[in-house]
Design a protein around this ligand. Structure first.
Ligand code: SAH
Ligand code: SF4
Length: 399
């Protein structure tokens, strides 16, 4: 017989907490009190929640738990960014990154241990997939960042003002948990983040984008990365299922469902010789003509299992100029924290892959490395032969 787990209050949205209290014959406003204790004051010990009667606290201690994932390591980058390794219940390790900038602090949060979508440029994708994070594991990353930055003790100068779901995993493939976690982040009696400052980044899970408006009004970033289906399908297998036209249609429809005027961010990784040609920029400008949007160019961040390269700064700036001349607002993402392996696409954690994809990628990479080594050796041999001949020529000259 498996023991049923007690509900974890750290992962319950306001609506779910209210239902829990009402079903237990308690007043629904207890839900707000709990959210404030846990998410605003950082208190996890029920005994310390002094505006709740002693009797109810004793009852809660028997029937619920308040638990968060564990922080295993803390890295500090030279540029002030932080990366934390978080251990989740499945035993996997995921990563989250804090990037301080003037006037704001952005936390990049993971939604899954690994990712099943296998985009060819992404370190997380090469690890395969292990598990979806729970609500408490997702929102717990924000709790931990606030705790580590001293916000629960009132140090607000380095607080998290923005959250981007751009860590490990595809947020829209862990839909229900991500939606509840976002609602806690945006809840006034919890973190109170504005909908404009919480961004879901997706590789384009169209049916999930279509459902999004019924659950959240968070901002949206789309990992597009190619201006046509042929190229996009090559680097992002999900495009075979949900091609660009359908994707842009669903994004447009989500944006128009929002009551305020907001535009999506179109993310475009620049990979040398793959999608960074001037013609790609021109095609992208035409493709996005009817979609009001901002474009964020992301120079590819290298990692060991990939042979892709980052383009030169001049081709990045050419690409940018073409889009700007076509009237787009374009930003180029500056690489932050790559000294601690925390730049976009470098997040790997430790994922016990259930899909065996990571082993396939490592094997293929090892085979390629072996081939390259063999080529290098052959080259060295021929250099030696030529060097030998050169030496011979010199020796003959001396005679
Ligand atoms: N699965 C979601 C969110 C996580 S990936 C998505 O794909 O949008 C977050 C961002 O990092 C995406 O835009 C992704 O395309 C980008 N990224 C992945 N690998 C990268 C790499 N090697 N260099 C730069 N950006 C990368
Ligand atoms: Fe998954 Fe996003 Fe990486 Fe693609 S880019 S493999 S969707 S995490």
């Amino acid at each position: 017989m498996t023991a049923t787990r007690k509900p974890n209050l750290a992962g319950l949205s306001l609506a779910k907490l209210r239902t829990l209290f009402v079903e237990a014959g308690e007043k629904p406003f207890r839900a707000e009190q709990i959210l404030k204790w846990v998410h605003q004051r950082g208190v996890l010990d029920i005994d310390l929640m002094t505006d709740i009667s002693k009797e109810l606290r004793e009852k809660l201690k028997l029937t619920v738990e308040i638990s968060l994932p564990k922080i295993l390591q803390d890295y500090k980058s030279e540029d002030g960014s932080r990366k934390w390794i978080v251990e989740v219940a499945s035993g996997s390790r995921v990563e989250m990154v804090f990037i301080p900038e003037s006037g704001r602090g952005t936390l990049c949060i993971s939604s899954q241990a690994g990712c099943s979508l296998d985009c060819s440029f992404c370190a997380t994708g090469k690890q395969g997939f292990n598990s979806n994070l729970t609500v408490a594991e997702i929102v717990g990353q924000l709790w931990w960042a606030n705790s580590q930055l001293g916000c629960f003790e009132g140090k607000m100068e380095r607080r998290v003002s923005n959250v981007v779901m751009m860590g490990m995993g595809e947020p829209l493939l862990n839909f229900d948990n991500v939606m509840d976690a976002l609602s806690i982040m945006m809840e006034d009696c919890a973190y109170g983040l504005s909908k404009r400052k919480v961004t879901i980044s997706t590789s384009g899970v169209v049916p999930a984008i279509d459902r999004l408006k019924d659950y959240t009004d968070a901002s949206l970033a789309i990992s597009l990365h190619a201006p046509n289906d042929e190229l996009r399908s090559k680097i992002m297998p999900i495009n075979n299922k949900y091609p660009i036209k359908e994707l842009l249609r669903s994004v447009q429809s989500y944006m128009t469902s929002l009551p305020d005027k907001r535009v999506p961010v179109i993310e475009y990784i620049l990979i040398a010789g793959v999608n960074d040609h001037r013609q790609h920029a021109r095609d992208l400008a035409v493709l996005l003509e009817k979609l009001p949007c901002k474009i964020n160019l992301i120079p590819f961040n290298p990692f060991s299992l990939s042979d892709f390269r980052r383009p030169s700064s001049s081709s990045i700036s050419n690409f940018r100029q073409i889009l700007q001349k076509a009237g787009y607002t374009v930003t180029v993402r500056t690489t932050r924290a790559d000294d601690i392996g925390a730049a976009c696409g470098q997040l790997v954690g430790k994922v016990d892959d259930q899909t065996r994809r990571s082993a396939r990628h490592r094997r293929r990479h090892a085979e390629n490395e072996a081939k390259n080594e063999a080529k290098k050796e052959a080259k060295k041999e021929s250099v030696k032969v030529f060097a030998g001949i050169d030496n011979l020529a010199v020796a003959l000259d001396r005679l």
